[in-house]
Structures are given as structure tokens and as C-alpha cells.
Design a protein around this ligand. Structure first.
Ligand SMILES: [Zn+2]
Ligand SMILES: [Zn+2]
Length: 335
């Protein structure tokens, strides 16, 4: 198991470390591995574990945080993998996708279909962190709102809210991620989703002591972070053979199986000619792969958008979707 396939409790330990460094304005360089944040007495077998991933998170000159190689990485290497903080399948594919890990399953016959399904006992067990709370409430109105308006991100907020209520995640788990700047109009548009989410819990008689965190500010702040940090998951599937054909397959895949947010992958900056690629083979576990040889100290960057479009189109996608102007070498050359 990779050191980055962390449990939620490990994520919150990370969070503590990130927060301390951030609050001291001392986020200069630190190891990204879980082992360094674990006291030695908790992890006596770590010397026999897998090697830590060859990366560190540090400040870049102009783009905030970034991820850097701590040694030479070869083209095609898996740099690390990452489990989502929270993920949710697309509503249109809910009958054929594991409700926890987003793995594709065989379509059900109508008599078998019970709304949601899990690919294995492990996923069913793992889903208890949100599903035990979720199934106590009626989601018809909330899901209808998402379906009719074509919204996918409120579903991630709903799942996160269930995780917080069940005690599986702290309410501030995504605070470390950079938020999108929202206009007053965007905030107003989010109000309906917030009211429907809040109502679903209220009608299910979940007391204020369990839903105290669920304010409009919390809903909006989480959505602002999901907006620029969520990954759309397209499963490459099948046999994993050639990295380049896999990269192409992942861009060409028609329908996303769902969306998810991750901790470490969110720290990767964008490049229109990236040296790193994020892929999903069979479920929501992300893999970060080197697209070419990378030197020690080099920043690892992924491409947030479809890189095949023109420079002008890329700039407009990045500024509208992510709020920045791209100054990568490809854009500077006008390609
Ligand atoms: Zn599963
Ligand atoms: Zn660019």
C-alpha cells in the first residue's frame, strides 16, 4: 500500500501540519510523506514499508504552493497514488457505479436495482462513514435540484456533510484547499442547494448538535473549494499498457463516472504542456504518472483542461474556470 493511501484520520493529521506551517507563513518546504508526520512509537514497522513518494510540497515563485520532485523520476513512473477525501458518482450513472469507489459494475436488471450499489463488501463497509447518515434522510428534492440544473458539486457537499455528521471527517477538512473567488450572484445561486440540504437533515430529525456546522457560510466555503479543486473522474479501465494511449483514452472517455476532491493532487499546479498526468484506472483512486523524465527539484505539473485547444481558448478556460492567467512556456510561445 502506498504511504499516500491514507485513512481519514491520517488526512486530519496532515491537515494539522499544513495548518501550522501555513499560519506561520513558513510553508517553504516539507516532506509530503505520511511517515514523517507519524510519531515513531506509532509506526514501528515503517522501515519495512514502501518508499515514500519522491515529492515535496513547497512554495513556487509565482503560483502559490506546488509539488516538486525530490529525485529524478522516469517517464511512465507512478509518482504516487491518492484516495479521495470525498467522491460522488454522476447521478446519470448511479445504477452502474459503486457508490463508494466509483468502480464500474454490470448494469442491474430493474428488479435488482435498489438505487445505489457497492462493488464489494469492503466498499459497503467503508461507505458507512456517510451512508448510515445519508439513508436516514429523504434526498428526492436535493437530487432533483442537482439533476435538473446539471449540478454535480453539491453532491460532494452532501456527502461531506454526512461524513461530518457521522464523525468521520472534521467540518474543516477542505479548508486547506484554495477557494475560488465567488461573486455575489454565484453565492445567491447556491442558496437553494443549501436550503434543500439543510431541510433534508432537519426533516430527518437530525438535531442541531449534529448539524451545527451546516451554515450557509460552511456550504458556500466548501463549494468554493470544490469548484476549483474537484477532479472529474474518467476511468481509463481495461489493461494498463501504454501510458500515452491511456492519457488519450482518458481525455476521450465520454461520460465521467463522477467527481472527487483529493488533498495532495490539489497542490499540483497547471501547465498546458504538463510533465505529469493524473489518471484513474478502475476506481476513484487517482494515480499520478510522469509523462516524461523529470529532474530532481523540478516542479511537477498537471493539465487542468483539454490541452488540445488553442492558446486563446486555454487562457479563457483557465481564467473562467480557475481564475488565473497561464504563463507556462507553451502559452508564452503562443502555441
Ligand atoms: Zn467499490
Ligand atoms: Zn499555459
Amino acid at each position: 500500500m502506498s504511504p499516500l493511501t491514507l485513512t481519514l484520520s491520517s488526512y486530519s493529521r496532515w491537515l494539522c501540519r499544513f495548518k501550522i506551517l501555513h499560519s506561520q507563513n513558513a510553508l517553504v518546504a516539507f516532506s509530503s510523506t505520511a511517515t514523517t508526520t507519524t510519531p515513531p512509537n506509532e509506526n514501528q514497522t515503517q522501515s519495512s514499508g514502501p518508499a515514500p513518494p519522491p515529492i515535496r510540497v513547497a512554495l513556487t515563485e509565482s503560483a502559490g504552493r506546488g509539488v516538486f520532485a525530490t529525485r529524478k523520476i522516469r517517464a511512465g513512473d507512478t509518482i504516487h497514488s491518492a484516495k479521495p477525501i470525498v467522491s460522488h458518482p454522476s447521478l446519470s450513472a448511479i445504477d452502474t457505479i459503486c457508490y463508494f469507489c466509483l468502480k464500474k459494475m454490470k448494469p442491474f436488471t430493474e428488479s435488482q436495482s435498489q438505487g445505489v450499489s457497492f462493488c464489494c463488501e469492503k466498499c459497503k463497509e467503508s461507505s458507512k462513514v456517510f451512508y448510515d447518515v445519508e439513508k436516514k434522510a429523504d434526498w428526492v428534492d436535493f437530487d432533483d435540484y442537482c439533476r435538473t440544473q446539471g449540478l454535480k458539486f453539491p453532491l460532494l457537499v452532501k456527502r461531506l456533510a454526512c461524513m461530518v455528521i457521522s464523525g468521520a471527517a472534521p467540518a474543516d477538512i477542505v479548508d486547506i484547499l484554495q477557494p475560488a473567488s465567488l461573486t455575489q450572484r454565484m453565492i445567491l445561486k447556491m442558496e437553494e442547494g443549501f436550503c434543500l440540504l439543510r431541510n433534508a437533515f432537519t426533516k430527518a430529525n437530525m438535531g442541531d448538535e449534529r448539524t451545527y456546522f451546516l451554515t450557509k457560510q460552511w456550504y458556500t466555503a466548501v463549494l468554493a473549494r470544490i469548484r476549483i479543486n474537484a477532479f472529474r473522474i474518467d476511468l481509463a479501465g481495461g489493461a494498463y499498457e501504454d501510458l500515452l494511449s491511456l492519457a488519450a483514452a482518458s481525455i476521450e472517455a465520454e461520460a465521467a463516472v463522477g467527481n472527487a476532491i483529493y488533498m495532495l493532487p490539489s497542490f499540483y499546479n497547471h501547465d498546458c504542456d504538463p510533465n505529469t498526468h493524473i489518471i484513474w484506472i478502475e476506481n476513484a483512486d487517482a494515480k499520478l504518472k510522469a509523462l516524461r523524465d523529470i529532474d530532481e527539484g523540478e516542479e511537477l505539473r498537471i493539465c487542468y483542461i483539454d490541452a488540445s485547444v488553442s492558446c486563446h481558448a486555454r487562457q479563457s478556460l483557465l481564467s473562467q474556470g480557475f481564475g488565473f492567467e497561464c504563463n507556462c512556456l507553451r502559452c508564452l510561445s503562443g502555441d
